[in-house]
Design a protein around this ligand. Sequence first.
Ligand code: NDP
Length: 308
Amino acid sequence: MSCTILRGTEFAEAIKSEVKSEIDRLARERGYRPCLAVVRVGEDPASAVYVGNKIKSSEEVGIISEHRHFDDTVSSDELLRVVQELNQRDDVDGILVQLPLPKRVDERSILEAIDPAKDVDGFHPMNVGRLSQGHASLVPCTPAGVIEILKRSKIDIEGKHAVIVGRSNIVGKPMAMLLLRENATVTICHSRTADLPAITSQADILVAAIGRAGFVRDEHIKEAATVIDVGINRVDDADLARELFTDDDLPKRLAAIEKRGFTLAGDVSYKDAVAKAGAFTPVPGGVGLLTVAMLMKNTVDAAKARRT
Ligand code: NDP
């Protein structure tokens, strides 16, 4: 059977276009544009790219963005003061602290200091609690994006067995809550799960959020399943790339390793997924694009909830 490739580009563009229309309406009828403040610490190149993408997308949809960048000597107290100031500012609708923070910063106390009404990443315990109780809340962007991909692709969730590999606070756990909210039967797996393939191979919907390139292989996948690959990993080993990618895809992957030292791969073997799954999200070009689009949506939702 053939595998449908679920490309993030078209879904992300559709969401951003809906968000832009809503922002234009708010500007016209209510006289404001939502404002997102992004706090970044240190010089981690991946964080710099992610923050750059968030600011660029904000500009594209008409969100006012503010970028606060601190060097990695910044103290927890200083960051707490910044969060408090942003909490108090009436013009700021969303606050995002880019993770990871340096080890010596108390990440939890910073995230818990964010006003839950402005918590556009959905990581505050208040929003996590609301989500687990099934109430409307600001929901973490990556799992929210996965639900959008499933719904916009008309893939049934209700009554299906969804298996998530990974139980992090930012992906695995909220993913489970969102799939439960959509009436899936949900199983969560992790590094201590016994006989992982026996469980994942029962999944109608398999979500991989592990952080290990090509970990999910043929034996983990049920025939015709929908496989959602959340992982983003750097692969610098040409032999591993030969295992993971199809003959069509491989030359450009090897060229990327040659040229810049790595190619990006998900947690699922691309080769095995396209051979066995019914639908599959590629990496890059899959879930990652939805994460930023959902951040834009959360910022508008936060603004509308605060400013009514
Ligand atoms: P974490 O490292 O926080 O969590 C990884 C999870 O995978 C843990 O629950 C861990 O289990 C589980 N795990 C690790 N090894 C195994 C194994 N051998 N068998 C089964 N389970 C295992 O990662 P994140 O959730 O933050 O991220 C996961 C991936 O998603 C990463 O590649 C990350 O880059 C990517 N990501 C992508 C985003 C996007 O926008 N597309 C956004 C966020 C993340 P245990 O709890 O037992 O240790």
